[in-house]
Design a protein around this ligand. Structure first.
Ligand SMILES: [Fe+2]
Length: 156
């Protein structure tokens, strides 16, 4: 199991989104460390923080797409909801206590694979429209970040 390095090709060119995606990868690396250390409490704790952050990120991304008038918003939201259900199911599985590190490894692999393919195939599609919309909505971004993440920095 390796630590995942962020690579430039995963950048969408929208800094606020790229920094959130990088934060998710940091959480996945925290999960990797907890698995390697065989620290079950830490695995559960990181997974919970990863889940909360990822769900907030989805909410923020959806607000951006909505603001930009992105026509595939509903389909994109459906992809996010399905992934959220998957994460919750995995979390329940982890709580069942059977083979916690085996489950944690599967969760980690699935999260990483999903994130990368989602950025490359789905997120990439909203980029031109969202970029254009962000240029004229800077104050809106700050208030939306604060509303969803509780802070406008959104990467802590
Ligand atoms: Fe997305």
């Amino acid at each position: 199991m390796e630590i995942t390095e962020w690579t430039q090709d995963l950048n969408l060119g929208i800094e606020i989104i790229d920094s959130q995606h990088r934060r998710i990868v940091d959480y996945i690396n925290d999960l990797t460390h907890a698995i390697i250390a065989e620290n079950q409490a830490e695995v559960a704790d990181v997974l919970e923080r990863l889940r909360d952050y990822t769900f907030d990120h989805f909410a923020f991304e959806e607000q951006l797409m909505k603001k930009a008038g992105y026509e595939l918003l509903e389909a994109h939201q459906a992809v996010h909801r399905r992934f959220e259900e998957k994460v919750v199911r995995m979390q329940h599985e982890l709580q069942s206590g059977r083979d916690p590190f085996g489950i944690a490894r599967r969760v980690r692999t699935a999260l990483l694979a999903w994130l990368i393919q989602h950025i490359r195939h789905e997120d990439v599609d909203y980029v031109p429209l969202v970029k254009k919309s962000l240029k004229s909505n800077e104050s809106w971004i700050e208030s939306t970040l604060t509303r969803i993440f509780g802070s406008s920095s959104a990467t802590s």
